[in-house]
Design a protein. Structure first.
Length: 166
């Protein structure tokens, strides 16, 4: 059996700020979600009838550090228990994406941990494998903002797009 891999994940691509700790025990073994902490910005954007990118980015700056601390506490882990840091690198609102990337890269550099930049849509595509070890290939209907797609997921990084929004 492979050594467990424990990752801090950061998501700031739109109007929710999130930090989660996940652990994987092997390629074909279901993973564990040790913590998942989310701050929703719905109330901040409601008066405008939609997401305002500048407000979203500022809310990420304001809440991300606290969410990371809460995720670590909820998972009952310290920095030395982590094997790497991952963050959304897009697609998304550029201000929010930069907040998450810079925070994640800073943590990784200061702790001597590997950093992985993740595609937001690929994260959605592979989430089904996190807890159920769903075998490849599988059919996926991905609905994420203006990026809805019907895909055959053949493997990590290997997709066949059957249809997409215009």
């Amino acid at each position: 059996m492979t050594e467990p891999l424990t990752i801090l994940g950061i998501e700031t691509s739109c109007d929710e700020t999130a930090a989660a700790i996940v652990r994987r025990h092997g390629a074909n073994v279901p993973g564990e979600i040790l913590s998942n902490v989310v701050f929703s910005q719905i109330e901040e954007h409601a008066p405008f009838g939609g997401v305002v990118p500048e407000i979203a980015a500022r809310a990420h700056v304001e809440h991300l550090d606290g969410l990371i601390k809460r995720a670590m506490k909820q998972a009952k882990l310290g920095w030395d228990d982590l094997d790497g840091i991952a963050a959304t690198a897009g697609p998304g609102l550029i201000g929010g994406v930069i907040v998450g990337l810079m925070t994640a890269k800073g943590i990784a550099a200061s702790r001597g941990l590997p950093f992985v930049a993740l595609n937001h849509l690929e994260g959605h595509a592979l989430t089904a494998r996190m807890t159920d070890a769903l075998p490849f290939p599988y059919l996926l209907l991905l609905v994420s903002g203006g990026h809805s797609q019907l895909l055959v997921v053949k493997g990590v990084g290997h997709y066949r797009r059957l249809g997409t929004t215009i």
